[in-house]
Design a protein around this ligand. Structure first.
Ligand code: HEM
Length: 512
């Protein structure tokens, strides 16, 4: 009898314990305060030193241990990382309205840049106005078609600069090895200069615009440098790395130059009737007048300068670094280079230049651009978002003011979406509907949702026409005794991800 009694007591206790554990576990998974998993950080600094010099790669390497939704504490900043296509789908489809604000780095508060910026600006009335103006000028196909001649001219100038430099080197008896990204950057910079201000700011052989270029390059360096003051607000006044001080100086120089150019144009414009004006991006911003109750009646002078500057920041390095990666991959994969050449010879032939209207007939070229952006998105963590209120995401509690990294670099390597994700294989896109326009969350180099890149259509045209023109015009070889097998593919972080060792090439004009 005693034996039966103790069995009943023990089994009841066991039953009670198991029920309690299950209840607690169930409660934990529904607990609205539960954070996503992540590495435990050090006191005060949290995970800052875990991120390393190439954060998107470090975060990607944490996926096997913590899964694709990751929690970090960077100093005092709560940070969420989204690292799979499935998590990105949930993020953009169901939560974009909460995560469409930006985290603003302290360096870009210099000269109140953030207050006039579209890319860093807070989600609200002024952002909507800027977004509308920029979309009309940069995103809408009709306007993009109107500016075809500008891209043609700047790409032709680049081809000519290359030819001249090769010829000059040959005359000196040298191999004519070129640092490709220099020419790509000047070309992209001049496209933006012509779209916004209707002028070439840089000429490969002149010093015109050099000062602006130098100031801009410094601003981009400061903006890309990791800043301790972003993670510890009490350091903001001290500016221990001197980043804000440097930014104040160089942003001031860049703004001063743009202010001069804008003034020159407004004086000219005032002497003309509206119909006779140049009708470029600057005119669109200057002519803005509020139609509704939202936002200011006009864009202030200071904010006109900021939005013009922003086009240079956003448009020149992103496109030139993508183009450098594309040419690097093609030189590393001679079979892809052969296929793209063969397609150009078949569709365009050797008697004329390749044009934007040819692009739709060049599926392999399009696949090369997609594959390059899958493996080398120039802004790998997108521009950091910020949660506008606390929310539930995939069963986790995300507090207000959490910074969000969407790791487009890791998502492009997500093994659940991509076969042999680490290989460069443009063929995967032939006959596939996957595109980078923000609807296919496995390929989001331009982001998605409300804050998707406003320059996407423009970038799309520049990337295709430049690659096609470069390959159609020149025979390509690697410089510096490098072979496809020894070509360095390591990355360097700045405002975008660049090749750590710039691509050196030897080019010969194709015989027509
Ligand atoms: C290969 C070229 C480019 C790439 C890969 C790229 C990528 C991106 C990405 C990832 C974002 C953030 C999206 C998000 O948060 O969801 C962005 C935003 C932006 N991009 Fe681009 N971009 C490129 C070229 C350009 C060009 C040519 C311009 C304009 C001249 C431009 C202007 C902007 C602006 C203004 C924003 C901020 C949009 C906002 O916050 O509302 N981009 N871009």
């Amino acid at each position: 009898m005693e034996c039966i009694f103790s069995w009943v007591v023990w089994s009841s206790a066991f039953f009670f314990l198991v029920t309690l554990i299950l209840l607690l576990k169930g409660k934990e998974s529904k607990n609205p305060r539960r954070k996503p998993p992540g590495p435990s950080g050090l006191p005060i600094v949290g995970n800052i030193f875990d991120l390393g010099t190439i954060p998107h790669q470090t975060l990607y390497n944490l996926i096997p241990n913590y899964g694709p939704i990751l929690w970090l504490k960077l100093g005092s900043v709560n940070t969420l990382a989204i690292q799979s296509a499935k998590a990105a789908t949930e993020f953009f489809k169901n939560h974009d309205h909460i995560f469409c604000d930006r985290k603003c780095p302290i360096a870009v508060t210099s000269h109140n840049y953030n207050q006039g910026s579209l890319a860093i600006g807070q989600y609200g009335a002024y952002w909507r106005i800027l977004r509308r103006i920029c979309s009309m000028e940069l995103l809408i196909n009709r306007r993009i078609n109107d500016t075809t001649h500008i891209r043609r001219k700047c790409i032709d100038n680049m081809l000519q600069f290359i030819e001249e430099d090769v010829a000059a080197a040959q005359a000196r008896g040298e191999s004519g090895e070129l640092n490709l990204v220099h020419y790509l950057f000047v070309m992209a910079f001049n496209i933006i200069g012509n779209l916004t201000l209707s002028r070439d700011l840089l000429n490969s052989h002149s010093t015109e615009g050099e000062e602006f270029f130098a100031a801009m390059s410094k601003v981009m360096e400061w903006a890309g440098a990791p800043n301790l003051a972003d993670f510890f607000p009490f350091l903001q006044r001290l500016d221990p790395q001197g980043i804000k001080k440097g930014m104040d100086r160089d942003m001031g120089r860049a703004m001063h130059i743009i202010a001069g150019l804008v003034k020159e144009r407004t004086v000219k414009d005032n002497k003309m009737t509206k119909e006779k004006r140049i009708n470029d991006f600057l005119d669109a911003v200057l002519e803005y007048e509020s139609v509704g109750k939202e936002g200011p009646d006009k864009i202030s002078n200071q904010n006109v300068i900021i939005i013009i500057l922003e086009m240079f920041f956003a448009g020149s390095e992103t496109t030139s670094s993508t183009l450098e990666w594309a040419m690097t991959e093609l030189l590393r994969n001679p079979e892809s280079m052969r296929k793209i050449k063969e397609e150009l010879d078949r569709i365009v032939g050797r008697n004329r230049k390749v044009e934007e209207t040819d692009i739709n007939e060049l599926p392999y070229l399009k696949a090369v651009v997609k594959e390059t952006l899958r493996l080398h998105p120039p802004i790998p963590l997108l521009l950091p978002r910020n949660s506008m209120q606390e929310t539930e995401f995939s069963g986790y509690h995300i507090p207000k003011d959490t910074q969000i990294f969407v790791n487009a670099w890791a998502i492009g390597r997500d093994p659940e979406c991509w076969v042999e994700p680490l290989c460069f294989k443009p063929e995967r896109f032939l006959g596939s509907n996957i595109d980078y326009k923000g609807q296919n969350y496995e390929l989001i180099p331009f982001g998605s949702g409300r804050r998707i890149c406003v320059g996407m259509s423009l970038a799309d045209r520049i990337l295709h026409l430049t690659i096609a023109s470069l390959i159609h015009t020149f025979e390509w070889e690697l410089g510096g005794n490098i072979t496809p097998q020894t070509l360095d593919m390591s990355e360097r972080m700045g405002i975008t991800v660049r090749k750590r060792i710039p691509l050196k090439v030897v080019l010969k004009k194709c015989v027509i």
